[in-house]
Ligand binder design. Structure first.
Ligand code: S3P
Length: 202
């Protein structure tokens, strides 16, 4: 047992204490869920999981191949199963694929076991980021700008059910990570508010 005055156990580099629940990042393709999630996990001292990578591992092939061979419905079933399995485990940071939060069962499981953060970005930023790789089957169905705009219209009202919303910055990922950490900490408790100076004002 540590003696009084011993140094406290090492904490993750900086930032708030882990929230005690899994932190699930949701949002459209290209907002940076995996990139931010990995860094966020380091800051929180939690493991990181990427739902898309887990689905690929479970299926033994890429998401593109799953879509091609089995279709989107089969992918969605696998996605929901994998996410519910991950949520049943110890707290971690989980980056989900852009469509995952649209499934009501997945959404309910996330609400029950995790804190959800909608990472939001504008269309231009998502286009820029998704344009770097050509591995997203949905974006091959037509003009990526039109597809992303359509998905924004369809999905944003549902993403809005997330516990927290954070705008993804077009800059160093650390900027967005800081925003997520601040959002997880929540607004300062009333006791943290600056003390009122007696006699100042009414
Ligand atoms: C999808 C997003 C992708 C991947 C799949 C479908 C979607 O994940 O799950 O291609 O429906 O928005 P990212 O959001 O990580 O690109």
């Amino acid at each position: 047992m540590p003696a009084a005055g011993d140094a406290p156990p090492a904490q993750p580099s900086t930032g708030p204490a882990p929230p005690g629940r899994t932190v699930v990042l949701v949002g459209l393709m290209g907002v940076g869920k995996s990139c931010i999630g990995r860094r966020l996990a380091t800051r929180l001292g939690l493991p990181f999981r990427d739902a898309d990578a887990e689905i690929e591992r479970a299926a033994g092939c890429s998401i593109e191949v799953i879509f091609e061979l089995h279709g989107e419905a089969a992918f969605r079933e696998g996605e929901s199963r994998v996410i519910r399995r991950l949520l049943a485990g110890a707290p971690h940071v989980l980056a989900t694929g852009g469509g995952a939060f649209m499934d009501p069962h997945t959404r309910a499981a996330i609400a029950e076991r995790a804190v959800s953060v909608w990472l939001r970005a504008d269309l231009e930023l998502m286009l820029k980021r998704t344009g770097r790789r050509n591995n997203r089957p949905l974006l091959k169905r037509g003009n990526p700008r039109d597809i992303l705009a359509g998905l924004m219209a369809q999905r944003y009202p549902v993403y809005a059910a997330a516990d927290l919303v954070v705008d993804s910055a077009d800059g160093p990922p650390e900027v967005t990570v800081e925003r997520v950490l601040a959002a997880l900490q929540g607004p300062p408790a009333p006791s943290d508010a600056p003390a009122r100076v007696e006699g100042a004002g009414a």
